[in-house]
Write a protein that binds this ligand. Structure first.
Ligand SMILES: Cc1cc2nc3c(=O)[nH]c(=O)nc-3n(C[C@H](O)[C@H](O)[C@H](O)COP(=O)(O)O)c2cc1C
Length: 176
């Protein structure tokens, strides 16, 4: 599949089969995140792999709105991408800290690599970061930014026309 085909095939999967994700696939998903670019090459992102019942339950406690079958959306794997804010590049002038951008690129790389393997994913920001910090004993300065649920989809992509209707129109995308 070309990249544009992969990008079109990806959708937010919120129902998963019980089938586990192969370790080789998980390893390459993590590798895609590890080699993602970051501002000034600072790599201020760390990933927690939740692939056991205990770890999935902790993730689901933080993302309690989406708890299902002891995991977030019932996914066999939940990746939690965390930003180490103090390790990120900061832009002079407006002091923009790059950690959220860098961490999001990591998540996007992992998400697209998972898509290539036929895995479903859902990017999740609606969780309680304080609960996540507590559940995973995160030290000071670590910000849990996003979760990525991952597993074999038990649903299917919405039909292409409905999907296109959800996307921003090209004219709007290219104008301010
Ligand atoms: C930064 C970000 C945060 C998101 N957070 C959530 C979330 O907390 N819960 C959820 O169900 N979907 C979440 N999503 C998924 C979006 O709702 C979804 O990508 C969007 O509706 C477009 O649908 P699609 O991914 O199927 O193309 C998030 C997506 C992004 C990029």
């Amino acid at each position: 599949m070309s990249f544009i085909e992969l990008a079109r095939a990806r959708y937010s999967c919120r129902t998963y089969e019980h089938r586990p994700v192969e370790q080789e696939h998980l390893d390459l998903v993590l590798e895609a995140g590890r080699i993602a670019p970051s501002a000034h090459n600072n790599h201020p992102t760390r990933v927690i792999v939740c692939d056991t019942p205990e770890l999935r339950a902790k993730a689901a406690k933080a993302a309690y709105r989406f708890e299902h079958d002891g995991s977030v959306f019932g996914a066999p794997v939940v990746l939690i991408a965390c930003a180490i804010t103090d390790e990120a590049w900061v832009r002079r002038g407006d002091e923009m800290n790059s950690s959220l951008i860098d961490t999001s690129i990591v998540v996007d790389h992992m998400m697209m690599q998972a898509t290539e393997f036929g895995l479903g994913t859902c990017w999740v920001c609606m969780f309680d970061p304080d609960i996540a910090r507590e559940e995973f004993n995160m030290p000071e300065g670590v910000l849990p930014v996003s979760m990525l649920t991952m597993g074999y989809p038990a649903d299917t992509i919405a039909d292409p026309e409905a999907r296109e209707a959800r996307c921003i129109k090209r004219e709007q995308f290219l104008s301010l």
